[in-house]
Design a protein around this ligand. Structure first.
Ligand code: BGC
Length: 372
């Protein structure tokens, strides 16, 4: 009798296990292979995504990618752009908090201006992930998804080094430098990368800077503005190149700045294929890619926003599920309050000869988009 009872208990347990396993098998998250990271785990949680501006193509793509990928996992997404207005971004984040965000993803305009509002997020136990730009002076940030920002500058510097034959001792060449926005930590990292490669050639006299402007404070461009860059390039041309002095290269840290530089050169009568300098850039925007093919820009740095969004989404999932995402840098990004655990994606230099391989074959652009 005792044995029969035992046998029945074992059979019942077995049946229950089969039943539970059966339910699991029809669950959408496990059948899709995403396990606990699928829709079921997101439970309709809200993610606020604060982006800086729609004035440049990359941020539009970043926002769209983040929204699409988070929604595919079942999150509700509140995507906001602040059009480079710092106060507007503060208000947008405040609203996200009030509207019940469970997590915030922030690509800041001014990296130090969000300290108070991020404190509020912390008080509400809302985790924050920094997107592409580091959030400075705050301990209310869990993770940082970005590209190797110094590496972007290194790629720019190395491209110029190679193109001008600096290693072989060629020169002297006349060159002018532009940097990004002083309130964006990325601008400083990038600039360090550029100068690490090119400063030795300035010291040796192979690169000459007729304006003498090499300090970050002199060459930076608030908000990475195309107009500000155009104005500065116009001033450089009229101030230092008016006597027909050859300009060999302009180091630009962003495609938008490169457009401003090109506009100033065109306005002053420079011609592609004649006296047009090397112009660098960053972001592989569509217009920059076309300009590279037509010779108006020489190179850019491709940062695949699809990969960045993937990485950032894994960070959002991790903070919401109490897990640790994949990280590959826990030493570089000190925001003055903590070293923010980061994942750095790899940037790639793009020039005429590898547009097809890097941008078309990778599916980032279609052949027809760039006019190939
Ligand atoms: C980003 C660059 C971008 C720049 C201007 C930086 O923070 O890292 O990809 O070109 O902002 O928008």
């Amino acid at each position: 009798m005792k044995n029969l009872k035992k046998l029945l208990a074992v059979l019942m347990t077995g049946l229950m296990l089969i039943f539970v396993a059966g339910c699991g098998g029809t669950d959408s998250s496990s059948s899709s292979g995403s396990g606990s990271s699928g829709k079921a785990a997101s439970n309709g949680k809200r993610v606020g995504v604060a982006m800086p501006t729609q004035s440049s193509q990359r941020w539009i793509q970043d926002g769209a990618n983040m929204k699409e990928k988070l929604e595919a996992l079942g999150y509700t997404v509140d995507l906001q752009y602040a059009e480079d207005d710092v106060q507007a971004q503060v208000s947008q984040i405040e609203n996200m908090i009030t509207n019940g965000a469970n997590c915030l993803v922030v690509a800041s305009i001014d990296s130090s201006a969000l300290v108070n509002v991020l404190d509020q997020a912390k008080q509400h136990n809302i985790p924050v992930v920094a997107y592409d730009r580091l959030l400075m002076d705050t301990d209310s940030v869990s993770y940082y998804a970005t590209f190797d920002n110094k590496g972007v500058g290194t790629l720019i510097g190395k491209y110029v080094e190679e193109k001008l034959g600096l290693k072989e001792g060629k020169g002297p060449y006349n060159v002018e430098f532009f940097a990004g926005s002083p309130d964006d930590n990325n601008a400083h990292f990038l600039n360090d990368g550029v100068f690490e490669v090119l400063k030795p050639y300035i010291d040796k006299g192979q690169l000459v800077v007729p304006s003498g402007q090499t300090d970050f404070d002199k060459i930076c461009t608030l908000r990475w503005s195309q107009e500000t860059a155009q104005k500065r390039m116009e001033d450089l041309i009229s101030g230092y190149y008016s006597q027909g002095k050859q300009l060999d290269a302009v180091i630009s840290p962003f495609d938008g700045i490169s457009y401003g530089i090109a506009a100033a050169l065109e306005g002053a009568g420079y011609q592609v294929g004649k006296n047009w300098p090397i112009i660098t850039g960053q972001d592989a925007e569509l217009m920059a890619t076309k300009n590279i093919l037509s010779g108006k820009q020489t190179m850019t740095v491709f940062k695949d926003t699809r990969i960045l969004a993937d990485k950032c989404v894994t960070m959002v999932q991790a903070v919401l599920e109490g897990k640790t995402p994949e990280l590959n840098d826990t030493t570089s990004y000190d925001n003055h309050k903590l070293v923010v655990p980061s994942y750095l994606c790899t940037p790639v230099a793009v020039y005429k000869d590898n547009v097809q391989k890097e941008l078309i074959d990778s599916g980032y652009y279609k052949k027809a988009d760039v006019g190939l």
